[in-house]
Design a protein around this ligand. Sequence first.
Ligand SMILES: NC(=O)c1ccc[n+]([C@@H]2O[C@H](COP(=O)([O-])OP(=O)(O)OC[C@H]3O[C@@H](n4cnc5c(N)ncnc54)[C@H](O)[C@@H]3O)[C@@H](O)[C@H]2O)c1
Ligand SMILES: O=P(O)(O)OC[C@H](O)CO
Length: 355
Amino acid sequence: MSDTNASRDSGAQNPPHDVAVLGGGSFGTAMTKVLGENGHRVHFWMRDQAQADEIRKTGINSRYMPGVKLEGDIEPTTDLADAVSKAEVVFVAIPSKAFRAVIREHSNDFRDGQIVVSLTKGIEEHGFKLMSEILQEEIPRCQIGVLSGPNLAAEIAARDLTATVIAAKDPDVRRTVQDLLGCEYFRVYANVDVYGVELAGALKNIYAIVAGLASALDMGENAKAMLITRGLAEMSRFAVSLGANPMTFMGLAGVGDLIVTCTSSKSRNFRIGYAVGKGQNLDDAVKELGQVAEGIYTLKLVKERSEAIGIYMPLVRGLYEILYGNASIKAVINSLMMAVQNSDVEFILPRTISQ
Ligand SMILES: NC(=O)c1ccc[n+]([C@@H]2O[C@H](COP(=O)([O-])OP(=O)(O)OC[C@H]3O[C@@H](n4cnc5c(N)ncnc54)[C@H](O)[C@@H]3O)[C@@H](O)[C@H]2O)c1
Ligand SMILES: O=P(O)(O)OC[C@H](O)CO
């Protein structure tokens, strides 16, 4: 599908490139739209032939982004090897549960030095691996990056002002992705803390579910602020203990993404929490959503991991008890509010400040 009228009026300065986007869901579609509008030729891979045919014919991915027209030089395809072979840079928006399998099956199709950027905000079940670690293991000869931030797909597709973060060790990767994606409504910041940026994107989904629950129960604005702030403290404590930079959690990929997913019903994780808060059972809520809510899987993994390494995460534990342990929401709230362990200490202050 090619549209000669599609322009780079959105502000990108660099010449057009061939890029691939893997994953035909909401976020793959949103990123394809940005890249197409920036004038790049986008090889947009999805597994469903009918969906690829629809996009080729109408420019619309009606299952995941109804009413949104993809403009520009977009090539929908179900041939992943072909998409990857033509691309200078590959963006991967495949849910974490399927991420490794797809990359492994096609690992020989990637080239030495090819830039591969994960857009996925999840953790692999076995071994607590992040997506960039999977890329490193499966296609070690590629240059790897991670994109994360407060990035609701529907708002990006509507060209609402948005900022994101590209994290990569290599400055060329960071600059290339900034050039490809940046435009008048999409601003791309850079960070070297790949692990922190990526882990923040996965962790915030847990607190979005908590915030959805709180919203369903009409808990009020004070409670919302408490949950977001204590969620930030909890996720930073966990991530820093695993090697992330604490400053990352003060940025877009940390507190920024936490705010947007904890305050918007456009977040699928928030919607799962809301549905459960209104009395729906988790499986039914997931079925009704019909899209991925990574937080329900991340929650289990983070609970196990935090207990294994001795990091105090009361919100994670409480949500786990509600979603997987049949605890009543009221009982969990009560135990969280009355907990004594650590709860009266907001920060462990540096000695110079506390004295
Ligand atoms: N939607 C957003 O606002 C948003 C924003 C930033 C990051 N993300 C992240 O992007 C990732 C993808 O999310 P999404 O919003 O596109 O999900 P989605 O539920 O909208 O779509 C998921 C897509 O993955 C495809 N898929 C599932 N299993 C597959 C497999 N085995 N092989 C190939 N394709 C498969 C589905 O067919 C579908 O096209 C998630 O990790 C999510 O956290 C989403
Ligand atoms: O819809 P969610 O909950 O998967 O959140 C989407 C993005 O991660 C928001 O930045």
